[in-house]
Design a protein around this ligand. Structure first.
Ligand SMILES: NC(=O)c1ccc[n+]([C@@H]2O[C@H](COP(=O)([O-])OP(=O)(O)OC[C@H]3O[C@@H](n4cnc5c(N)ncnc54)[C@H](OP(=O)(O)O)[C@@H]3O)[C@@H](O)[C@H]2O)c1
Length: 306
């Protein structure tokens, strides 16, 4: 495993996303929540994963609860990032949301409290002003944002008068745009980009061929429409080619490409322990500069034809 350090936090370049834990939309069933999810957290920490990502809205708090009980008693315990929806900038409401998340997680202080989405009606400055007292009170150790532009991220940091350590964004071979400004900006500022949906929600595993039917949440996702899957075929061919050269899987190469960039941490979700183990091993898969360039070109081509 490799690690990225930011403001005293040591984040494994492969973390674990836990949207799947409490959510019906992934269709993994009840035993996934009760048995598989806690086992994923245990196995992840055994393998050196030090970052878990959750949110108050995943399964309406269920994901936070599952993470909380899975990390109870773990020593050392992983860094936990959770997210708030900035529904209102009023400090008492934000404090109430934070206290509820902390309680579900069983933590006295939230390691990274991320603003899930920019609220179009509330400026980044106002949102940060409502978070500042929580940092001062110790309920929040570090603040992060999610789905923020580089400018909004920097504005948030100025308003917080403290580092906004991370920006969690959709970033993968099917969504390579953060390479343009967010990643270089984060490196320049000594901050971290957290890549969500790093496997294109499973599309980059190469398991899907045009015409396959998809279920659950993927039925609503444009990436899984037939036209998009057809458009992804040249990208998936490059991915398969690089994977074959390393005796790796396409999913591993997709993750290795992400974390080949400085200051980037990827948080794949996993349905099984085997997927988790495969994903974690991608941290040690070294791609050549030529392979990274080929993959980037194929990713940009895919995005340009959107
Ligand atoms: N901040 C935000 O707005 C935001 C938005 C979305 C997600 N997130 C976070 O990011 C995390 C990850 O994103 P995501 O869950 O959307 O997508 P993802 O990580 O790209 O895809 C996860 C899915 O890919 C499949 N998979 C995982 N490992 C695999 C492997 N080794 N081989 C083949 N298939 C594999 C599994 O689905 P199947 O086995 O069912 O195919 C798994 O559920 C979430 O859990 C959440 O914590 C944040």
């Amino acid at each position: 495993m490799r690690y990225v350090e930011v403001e005293g936090l040591r984040l494994s370049v492969i973390g674990l996303g836990t949207w799947q834990f409490g959510s019906r939309e992934w269709g993994y069933g009840d035993t996934y929540a009760t048995d598989v999810a806690p086992a994923l957290v245990r196995r992840a920490t055994e393998l050196g994963v030090t970052f878990l990502d959750t949110a108050e809205m995943y399964g309406f708090g269920r994901s936070e609860r599952i993470v909380g009980s899975a990390i109870a008693g773990l020593d050392p315990r992983p860094v936990v990032g959770t997210k708030l929806m900035p529904i209102a900038p009023a400090e008492p409401i934000v404090a109430w949301q934070a206290r509820r998340s902390a309680r579900r997680l069983g933590l006295s202080s939230i390691d990274i409290y991320q603003v899930h989405w920019p609220n179009p009606l509330v400026s980044p400055r106002r949102v940060m002003q409502s978070l500042r007292p929580l940092v001062d009170a110790g309920l929040v150790a570090h603040v992060g944002v999610s789905n923020y532009s580089l400018d909004a991220w920097r504005e948030a940091e100025r308003a917080l008068r403290a580092p906004v350590v991370s920006n969690q964004v959709r970033f993968s071979l099917t969504s390579p745009s953060p390479l343009r400004d967010l990643v270089p900006g984060a490196v320049a500022d000594g901050r971290v980009v957290i890549a969500y949906s790093p496997l294109g929600q499973g599309l980059l595993s190469g398991a899907l061929v045009p015409g396959d039917s998809v279920t659950g949440m993927r039925r609503m996702t444009p990436l899984f429409r037939r036209g998009s899957v057809v458009r992804a075929m040249p990208l998936l061919a490059v991915l398969a080619d690089v994977a074959a050269a390393h005796g790796a899987t396409p999913a591993q190469v997709a993750l290795a490409w992400l974390v080949s960039h400085p200051g980037v941490v990827a948080i794949p979700g996993a349905r099984t322990i085997e997927q988790l183990e495969e994903n974690v091993a991608a941290a040690d898969l070294a791609l050549s500069a030529d392979e990274v360039e080929r993959l980037t070109d194929a990713a940009e081509e895919f995005a340009a034809r959107d």
